[in-house]
Ligand binder design. Structure first.
Ligand SMILES: *Cc1c(COP(=O)(O)O)cnc(C)c1O
Length: 422
């Protein structure tokens, strides 16, 4: 009996309510098409590590320099995680303690800026992230957040506009990276723009880290003062964050993570990061990321053939944005589409599109990503089928009976690609 199965048995008898919720979530994940671009299925080994005894250990500090005794074994796993992540991304140094991508960003901003300093990042409604200077977030409250948008016609990053903005605003930090951008980001140009105006480039590669790891998206590492990421999106590890930088910059980042903004590190998560990083160093991981890109292209192509308008008319990464204003009379909102698709067992999120006219709670688009369904083994022919179900679900305009029928078909296909089958 493995540790995890015995723990599961304990949970079932000790707390049947939580156990039942977990079982229901298991069935939901098993039976549905997970198309949220930021989600993925961590491996069984990663989950086993997350559920391990390492959760009990306090280890404030860093390997070899802890504030608590008994850290010799957690030191081993943290050192492994650091070594492996540096190998993946060809970085000199890393901090693997951030509890999340947001914490990683907070630490590097505080390492480079004082409160009130200016930060230039991508507009949230154009595909940026809350932590890139939004007024709703610490990044826009603690710092002066100025945002760049997409080119009004091409809906791609407009590097001339970004250069002009950086020259005018003279920020301390320029942030590159996005949560909903279907194209390659030119980190080389972003680095030049930052340096010309004596700003630091921070790259937040949260969404595309897996593609970068596999060499399928240009790396930001040589261009950025700090590169941050989540570990749970395309990188397919446990939920958490990382910071990558030069040897010279790591000290500042380390002291901002702890004692700056966090307390004790989550050693079970850091160990799970180490496991995921080893997975990311295998040829199978590279094949997986190639399939992610290929699947995204297939899905995008089929959706366009079915008449959908995609922002930038396609994708070069793991995600795409459907612009619903071009569907029918334009009355279908992102929220409608999300609700209807949910009823057919297809999980997406409503998303703002460039020049959005509706509120962020309604929106005119949906964001679709393929990392999770690619992990469960679906390939190009399944993508065609998925596109048809998306089309049919939206065509129903919310007809419950028709959505139920699609749901049955979706479930049937999902059962051919079981999660955690071994
Ligand atoms: C997801 C994401 C984050 C935040 O990650 P959390 O772990 O949810 O805090 C930061 N930046 C970008 C670009 C993201 O997509």
């Amino acid at each position: 009996m493995t540790a995890s199965t015995s723990l599961k048995k304990t949970l079932a008898s000790q707390d049947p309510e939580v156990f039942a919720s977990i079982q229901r979530e298991w069935t939901r994940e098993e039976d549905g098409l997970e198309l949220i671009a930021s989600e993925n299925y961590a491996s069984a080994a990663v989950m086993e590590t997350q559920g391990s005894i390492l959760t009990n250990k306090y280890a404030e500090g860093y390997p070899g320099k802890r504030y608590y005794g008994g850290c010799e074994f957690v030191d081993e796993v943290e050192a492994l995680a650091i070594r492996r992540v540096c190998q993946i991304f060809k970085a000199e140094a890393a901090n693997v303690q951030p509890h999340s991508g947001s914490q990683a960003n907070m630490a590097v901003y505080m390492a480079l800026m004082a409160p009130g300093d200016t930060l230039v990042g991508m507009n949230l409604s154009h595909g940026g992230h809350l932590t890139h200077g939004s007024s709703a977030n610490f990044s826009g409250k603690l710092f002066k957040g100025i945002s760049y948008g997409l080119h009004p016609e091409t809906h791609r990053l407009d590097y001339d506009q970004i250069r002009d903005l950086v020259r005018k605003e003279r920020p301390k930090v320029l942030v590159a990276g996005a949560s909903a951008y279907p194209r390659i980001i030119d980190f080389d140009i972003m680095g030049q723009i930052a340096r010309e105006s004596e700003a630091h480039l921070v790259v937040d590669m949260a969404h595309i880290a897996g593609l970068v790891a596999a060499g399928l998206h240009p790396t930001p590492i040589p261009h950025a003062t700090y590169t941050t990421s989540t570990t749970h999106k395309t990188l397919r590890g446990p939920r958490g964050g990382i910071i990558l930088c030069s040897q010279e910059r790591i000290k500042a980042a380390n002291s901002l993570i702890f004692p700056g903004i966090q307390g004790g590190p989550l050693m079970h998560i850091i160990a799970a990061k180490a496991v995921a990083f080893q997975e990311a160093l295998t040829p199978q991981f590279v094949d997986y990321q190639k399939q992610v890109i290929s699947n995204a292209k297939s899905l995008a192509q089929e959706l366009m053939e079915l008449g959908f308008k995609l922002v930038t008319d396609g994708t070069e990464n793991h995600l795409m944005l459907v612009d619903l204003t071009a569907t029918g009379d334009g009355s279908i909102s992102g929220k409608d589409a999300e609700t209807w698709l949910d009823q057919s067992g297809i999980t997406v999120n409503k998303n703002t599109i460039p020049n959005e006219k509706r509120s962020p709670f309604v929106t005119s688009g949906i964001r679709i990503g393929v990392p999770a369904i690619t992990t469960r083994g679906m390939g190009n022919s399944e993508m065609k089928q998925v596109a048809h179900w998306i089309h049919q679900s939206i065509e129903t305009r919310g007809d419950t009976e028709k959505l139920k029928k699609i749901r049955g078909e979706v479930r049937e296909m999902c059962h051919r690609f079981p999660l955690y089958s071994t």
